[in-house]
Design a binder for this molecule. Structure first.
Ligand SMILES: *Cc1c(COP(=O)(O)O)cnc(C)c1O
Length: 395
């Protein structure tokens, strides 16, 4: 069936559905919270939009097919999807989680789930021995986020899934940084895929949304129960916007990833840059694994300048990227993790996690990469001019 088509064809086939009544080439926006029941005794497929809405369902079916899962679920944000998934756990259960997990996920584990007696251990999931050693009899989930943020460490999804299976626990994968264009965790043995669809899937910095895809029916039933019970569902108009974003996901993401590789190579050759973190660059510690499991380094990279002053100077002198949190949009987004995504860590914790004071993260958009490189050259060399001025000033 559709599965014999290439990914880009499936992307369109799953997001364009001709309305049988009108011939409309797009899924209608069903702005209706409730649905008339024709039969007194037998209710139809839809009754109330928290439990199911045809526009949201079209999106949920699309993401399920693209990730190769049995059922998809759309949530009001990535955090809504992730927190709903963690509520599969009960008091006394334990989760193994990457040390450098997304800050919001860290907050749920450390400040909320603990209150309900759900325990966790942070490990470096790129080190399989650490994962194995953290397993306890009550471990229910091994959580993976790969590549990680912001130093783009790569975790072996297949190997972690094998460890999880041997210990009868689930593998959850946050696939935000790769999307099914490049990485399909369910095919590698994971049980549940999670997304902040706010990022590449929406792609235009205009929607906050989350998605989950279950790899088997039993898990799908549990997630559906939780989605309906907790109620953090995605709104109808945002569901439609995600369907629209999905249509161009393949071309957007491939183009951005191509540019990211070019830009990462540019930064690697610059004397002002101490380190470049991009898993698509040969020499990055996870690049071989990344190429096998995803086939691309993606569109996010980080680079470390000398210190905070150099990072500030770079940000102040570039004109193309927006300086903001978030990633995965048509516009390039430059962010400063020490004051943005990782502001809650102490300086000592931050440095230990490899997030130095000169670290900047770049999500590469759809601008011409040569224009971006010219802009970044200005940012890098402005630092040098300032230094010279400072020295002159001192003299
Ligand atoms: C942004 C992000 C999230 C959280 O998603 P929201 O849509 O902001 O709630 C989770 N994981 C990763 C990797 C993210 O980048």
């Amino acid at each position: 069936m559709t599965d014999s088509f290439q990914f880009s064809t499936r992307l369109i086939r799953n997001t364009v559905s001709v309305d049988p009544q009108t011939g409309a080439a797009n899924v209608p926006v069903y702005l209706s919270s409730t649905f008339h029941q024709k039969d007194f005794d037998h209710f139809g497929k839809y009754d109330y939009s928290r439990s199911g809405n045809p526009t949201r369902e079209a999106l949920e079916k699309a993401i399920a097919s693209l990730e190769g899962g049995v059922q998809g679920f759309a949530f009001a944000s990535g955090m809504a999807a992730i927190s709903t998934a963690f509520l599969l756990l009960s008091t006394g259960d334990h989760a193994i989680v990457p040390k450098n997990v997304y800050g919001g996920t860290f907050r749920i584990l450390t400040q909320i789930l603990g209150r309900f007696g759900i325990d966790h251990t942070f490990v470096d999931t790129s080190n399989l021995d650490q994962v194995e050693q953290a397993i306890r009899p009550n471990t229910k989930v091994i959580y993976v986020e790969t590549p990680s943020n912001p130093t783009l460490k790569v975790t072996d999804i297949h190997a972690v899934s094998e460890i999880a299976k041997a210990h009868r626990c689930y593998t959850f994968v946050d696939n935000t940084f790769m999307t099914p264009v490049f990485q399909r965790p369910l095919e590698l043995g994971a049980d549940l895929v999670l997304h902040s669809a706010t990022k590449f899937i929406s792609g235009h910095s205009d929607v906050v949304a989350g998605l989950a895809v279950a790899g088997n029916k039993e898990l799908a039933e549990k997630i559906y129960f939780l989605q309906n019970a907790l109620g953090a569902v995605l709104g109808v108009q945002d569901s439609w916007l995600l369907l629209r974003g999905l249509k161009t996901l393949d071309v957007r993401f491939r183009k951005s990833a191509e540019s990211a590789l070019k830009i990462a190579s540019f930064f690697s050759a610059r004397p002002e840059v101490k380190t470049v973190y991009y898993p698509g660059l040969p020499g990055h510690p996870g690049s071989d694994l990344q190429m096998v499991q995803a086939g691309s380094g993606g569109a996010v990279l980080s680079f470390e300048l000398k210190d905070e002053a150099a990072a500030r100077c770079f940000v102040n002198h570039v004109s193309l990227p927006v300086f903001a949190v978030s990633l995965g949009a048509v516009e390039s987004i430059l962010s400063y993790p020490p004051k943005m995504s990782h502001a809650e860590l102490s300086e000592e914790e931050r440095i230990k996690a490899g997030i130095g004071n000169g670290l900047l993260r770049l999500s590469v958009g759809l601008e011409d990469p040569d224009d971006l490189i010219r802009d970044f050259t200005v940012g890098l060399t402005a630092g040098h001019e300032n230094e010279r001025e400072t020295v002159k000033g001192l003299l």
